[in-house]
Write a protein that binds this ligand. Structure first.
Ligand code: KG4
Ligand code: ZN
Length: 336
């Protein structure tokens, strides 16, 4: 018999993601984003995101089923992001998932968004070695995790004490006059610049912890740019972008490998929107090779928020025999 077909629903931020997964096989991954509606505010506006999820939910589910050539009645289980994330945005996905599970008479699984960012890699690279170290870097989170078993046990080793890595990219982009979300624009601008042109500070570089700090770096870049502008000198955009980016990815890769050493783990997974960064990918590859650590990075489309990651973790939970969630599970915006 076929493995169960799992519908995954993600609405923790500004992406309405719907995924269909059987085992480790991805059958559909459909994402509707409200990012353009937030761009003029320079950040995600929760109310706008919630309303956009409400409008996009049904069409996105229908489109995923259509792409996979499947029907509602083929769905064997529903998984949904229960947290962490924006409360109102989460509620839309959780309410929809409950309705689908109830209407179809199938089990519901409320899942953790961060664990799902880890589980999604299995769709591309197969079973995750146990244990692995995972580093999640996005607009909302920057975490180092020890993952003995993605369905059962994910342990936080460290996280950012202030801004998330992607948040730093977005704020520095704003200082440089680049559009939101700024990460991809900085990545592109940096290609023409030098990562060693300006020595920006590396927060918590040598403090021995597995925590991150990016707000000092962001402020240092802003001060540096302001000083240039006050002096009436041109701002070397490419060099600022490249040097800022180098400071971020230097700390990220250093701490990720520090975690691998500390827990004697030889497999590192990097996920989240910032994992799309070309310099992070190349420096991580270089440093992992030197350290004898195997590196897994999902393709960029699976790194940013999507429904496939929720379905992937749901499928893992079904396979592990986990108990389904009750139909009255809450949305938990501050889920650890
Ligand atoms: O995972 P994601 O789509 O959403 C959450 O925040 O959960 O991540 C979005 C973040 C944004 O801050 C964006 O600027 C950043 O990922 N990002 C990048 C790149 N692509 C996206 N940052 C650096 N370089 C990139 N190429
Ligand atoms: Zn995310």
């Amino acid at each position: 018999p076929d493995e169960p077909l799992v519908l995954g629903i993600e609405t923790s931020c500004d992406e309405t993601g719907v995924g269909l997964v059987r085992g480790h096989t991805l059958l559909a991954d459909t994402v509707a984003s409200s990012v353009e509606e937030h761009a003029r505010f320079g950040g995600v506006v929760p109310e706008v995101a919630s309303r956009a999820h409400l409008e996009a939910m049904t069409p996105t589910v229908e489109s995923a089923l259509r792409k996979a050539g499947l029907r509602f009645s083929d769905i064997d289980a529903v998984a949904v992001t229960a947290g962490p994330g924006l409360a109102g945005a989460l509620l839309v996905g959780v309410a929809a998932a409950k309705a689908y599970a109830l209407g179809l008479g199938v089990p519901l699984y409320g899942v953790n968004h961060l664990a799902a960012h880890v589980a999604v890699d299995q769709l591309e690279h197969g079973p995750l070695p146990k244990p692995s170290i995972a580093m999640l870097v996005s607009g909302g989170h920057s975490s180092l995790l020890l993952v003995p078993d993605v369905a059962k046990d994910v342990i936080s080793l460290g996280s950012t004490v202030d801004d998330a890595a992607g948040e730093a990219f977005d704020k520095v982009a704003r200082v440089l006059g680049l559009p939101f979300p700024g990460g991809p624009h900085i990545d592109r601008a940096a290609v023409e610049g030098s990562g060693t042109a300006i020595g920006f500070p590396r927060g918590k570089y040598d403090d021995g912890t597995l925590d991150f700090s990016f707000s000092g770096l962001k402020t240092a870049v802003a001060r540096w740019v302001e000083a240039k502008q006050r002096a009436g000198e041109p701002v070397p955009l490419a060099d600022v972008a490249a040097s800022f980016q180098e400071a971020v990815v230097d700390v990220l890769t250093r701490k990720a490998l520090q975690a691998c050493r500390a827990y004697d783990v030889q497999d590192l997974l990097i996920g989240g929107g910032v994992a799309a960064n070309s310099r992070l990918r190349s420096l991580a590859k270089e440093r992992c090779e030197a350290a004898g650590v195997r590196l897994r990075v999902p393709r960029p489309g699976l790194c940013t928020d999507n429904g496939a990651m929720i379905a992937a973790l749901g499928a893992e939970l079904v396979a592990s025999g986990a108990t389904a969630s009750r139909l009255d599970i809450p949305a938990d915006s501050s889920m650890p």
